[in-house]
Design a protein around this ligand. Structure first.
Ligand code: 2RA
Length: 342
């Protein structure tokens, strides 16, 4: 069986990755609709030997669509209800519906059972959250996790194609001895912008009243929902780094019981979608350059946290446009196809 697929946000970084993955994974599509905002409407996209014209998304765009893949952004709020009404299942990469109790928030390796609860919309978690829970879940399966302390090192592509271009331009300008301009990062809509080249920015998204950024609160709230554990204590600090692609995270875990490094390694090695890269003798550890363009989340630097009773430190890297966004969403669709849920 083949399915009619629509991609909303087809011209952006996540939209483009949807296309790469649909081809790579031989996703069973019949018709493919490329949708975007008015600004991108009319653009041509070459895909699998065919030329597609990007159409402006409207509430009428979803007739006969089986699966609507939403790349993210404010368009989701406007178009998700229309797509559902037209009979499509929406897999949404924006934050709009993630914490809605009626909407499953899914990482297929972690909580696929939640998909069955959907009422038309399934939310794809935030990229840094997905990458972290891929490493937490196999560990949680051997011992309850009491507390997590995470610091992220997030690539500029998390801020979109424009943020990548900004880093490239700044590096070129610095090397050429020219003055540097910053217009995008830490966020295009923010009041102030700072240089990312040869710098770090401790702000991803806007600040909330509690002094955390929205990105930090996503990691906290979404992880509890995905792992179905509201008692888990989590604190997060999210940082933008001058890396093109692939987020990295330093994750400190406190368990309720003893977990040896060997047991943790074994559990991580057995988990689908995780690759353990951890050999200090050979200087092997995950690096964003190595995980860019790959599907698996890499985990390494496994070691005890001797400052607490049952603690473990790890270093996690994952391509946030793949597993952190497009791949995860497509895996949700593949799961539904496999289980005949579409
Ligand atoms: C970032 N979390 O890296 C975002 C993308 N969804 O900015």
């Amino acid at each position: 069986k083949k399915y009619n697929v629509a991609i909303l946000g087809a011209t952006g970084a996540v939209g483009q990755e949807f296309l790469n993955l649909i081809e790579e994974r031989n996703f069973p599509f019949a018709n493919l609709k490329m949708l975007a905002s008015k600004r991108s409407a009319g653009k041509k996209i070459q895909f699998m030997g065919k030329e597609y014209t990007v159409e402006e998304a409207t509430v009428d765009s979803f007739k006969d669509v089986d699966i609507a893949l939403f790349a993210g952004g404010s368009a989701s709020k406007e178009f998700a209800p229309a797509a559902v009404k037209a009979g499509a299942v929406v897999i949404d990469n924006s934050s709009t519906f993630r914490m809605d109790p009626e909407v499953p928030l899914v990482v297929p390796e972690v909580n696929p059972e939640a998909i069955a609860q959907h009422k038309g919309i399934i939310a794809n978690p935030n990229c840094s959250t997905i990458i972290m829970v891929m490493a937490l879940k196999p560990l949680y399966d051997i011992a309850k996790i009491k507390r997590v302390v995470v610091s992220t090192y997030q690539a500029v592509s998390g801020g979109g194609k424009e943020a990548m271009a900004e880093l490239e331009q700044q590096v070129a300008d610095i090397v050429a001895g020219k003055p540097v301009t910053a217009n995008i990062l830490p966020g295009a809509a923010l009041k102030k912008h700072y240089q990312i080249a040869f710098n770090l920015l401790p702000q991803i998204d806007v600040f909330k009243e509690n002094l955390y950024t929205k990105e930090e609160m996503k990691m906290i709230d979404e992880t509890k929902k995905i792992m179905s554990d509201n008692d888990m204590r989590i604190t997060a600090t999210t940082i933008r780094v001058p890396v093109y692609r692939s987020h990295a995270e330093s994750v400190n875990v406190e368990f309720a019981d003893e977990v040896s490094v060997e047991a943790a390694r074994k559990a991580l090695e057995a988990f689908p979608g995780v690759e353990v890269v951890d050999n200090p003798d050979e200087q092997l550890y995950p690096q964003p350059l190595e995980t860019s363009g790959k599907n698996d989340v890499a985990v390494g630097r496994l070691r005890k946290d001797y400052s607490i009773d049952h603690g473990l430190n790890m270093w996690v890297c994952g391509d946030q446009i793949r597993k952190g966004a497009a791949l995860n969403a497509l895996q949700i669709a593949e799961y539904m196809i496999e289980k005949d849920m579409l």
